[in-house]
Design a protein around this ligand. Sequence first.
Ligand code: GAP
Length: 462
Amino acid sequence: MKKKESDNLMDKIVSLTKRRGFVFPSSEIYDGFTAVYDFGPYGVELANNIKKEWWKTMTQYRDDIVGLDSAIFMSPKIWEASGHVKGFSDPLTECKKCHARLRLDALLEEAGIFADEKMTEEEINKIFEANRDKVKCPQCGATDFTPGKKFNLLVQANLGNFTGDWTKEPTYLRGETCQGIYVNFKNVLDSARVKIPFGIAQIGKAFRNEITALQFIFRTREFEQMEMQYFVKPGDDSKYYEEWKAARWKFYLDLGLSAANLRWHQHENLVFYAKEAYDIEYKFPFGFKELEGIHARGDYDLTQHSKFSGKDLSYLDPTTNEKYMPHVVETSAGVGRTFLAVLTEAYCEEELAGETRIVLKLAPKIAPIKIAIFPLLKNKPELVAKAREVYDALKLVWRCEFDDNGNIGKRYRRQDEIGTPYCLTIDFDTLENSEVTVRDRDTMKQEKIKITDLEKFFREKI
Ligand code: GAP
């Protein structure tokens, strides 16, 4: 029987991820550092597996997309060209009583009033004024706030500036990874054998000075994006936009998310350059929220960078000799949000002989550990040696774990909690007939497999 109550599901996920070494709050021994998290030993495996799946889907399985790894620091001019220095902001208000700084759009939304972070200062303040009586400070309950003011989310740094007053010439930690793609568009075009339509994919860290960063790893100030910019001929935007919408939806189904927990959200307030924007939303324990954005960005970015850099970024079609500024269809996903979505989907509690079995039913391909190998008894050297032999062979192919601690039931429970799809036990029969017992995480069914057949068996399963 499956138990999954969403009211305290979030607490359970937070607790499991800490207890089992998936996610740690940053700088915990120094009382933490707001809105930043570290991935622990199993977390880094899960995050890497998510990234590997994305990377394979975007580059390895396609002939029309190449990869890139651009630096986090870039010329500050890039952020002026992109519009981030002037326009990358969220509306901020302050409670006059307790001085809590709050995101105004979230505060209004909380009170059941529609607002959007992309609204202008004037637009959102108008809504705020009309609904003042409905809005309360979530920290102290007061109703007196400062007017909403746009707060820029770019994180400033002093890289290469030794003058002392670095605020005068700030550099920035990138606010999104895709700008690194745009400014390398010409380099890729000139060095890789690509022709429009083609894409450039990149995974990397991004930084935003988020005003309120709650909900665990859903909204953090340092996070990782998986972004792909697909360059198309003007006029072809809609066709490729629809193709990418379908492809990205399928990606999440393939990761194990169920269609019932996914939905589309069309942006009502488009940023001025966008032609179309949809989010794929996932039903997190705190409700449906954005998992990935799919945006038709037109020629805005390449045009801006052409203008600001003085370099022509237009494309010359080698067959028709047509020259044009390519349009862009962007897919932009977050590693942390995908991580939280797969955990939400996978978390199960089952009643088993009067006890609760906690199990992460992760898709085997993203599970941190694929196979756990146990000798039945720790104090029988011949069993331990055989188990080590099997472990040493399998670990060359899959991420495995060797465990000889405690009784088998406890070892199963531990692997269930970290989502290991298969446990393999070496017992006295193994020494006689070279068969091991393989136990399936989800069905808990056990079957005997010959050691020589294990690799073939797991290749089919994982
Ligand atoms: N280049 C377009 C872009 O950055 P976005 O909607 O601002 O678009 C894309 O971000 C994705 O990045 C989001 O769907 C989300 O998965 C992730 N993301 C954005 N801000 C985040 C944050 N503060 N914490 C964690 N993930 C974030």
